[in-house]
Design a protein around this ligand. Sequence first.
Ligand code: ZN
Length: 151
Amino acid sequence: MSDLRELYQEVIFDHNRSPRNFGKLDDANRTAEGYNPVCGDQVKLYVRVEDGVIKDVSFDGQGCAISTASASIMTEALKGKTEQEAETYFKSFQALVTGEGEADDSLEEMFKLEVLGGVREFPMRVKCATLPWHTINAALENKSDSVTTEK
Ligand code: ZN
């Protein structure tokens, strides 16, 4: 178990140090910004959707290691997925990190997201991990308001 935890920490560390899909996406047709005032995480999501498929996705902003790693892992998992699949991933990820509801283990990229399951033990960090997901959700729904974890 401690080996697994170490591996998870390594993955998060790696994604935080060299985030994937980081930077503005010039041909994005959906964008949204998210803010988690509890931690100070700010994230902006850029998505290019064509025919209901997430053709490309990137993010930028400033946040803690958990929010940055979560955004990085999320963009990797969702690239090439349909909007509907993204929704399923969002729900499964939320179930994973909050411990409420069922995560769909049959999702092919779910294993990538599981490294963040450990935040469940740290309620303050759950918002860091879910912020990028709430933000991409808003982008996909074309909401222009910025997202905040505090309602
Ligand atoms: Zn944070």
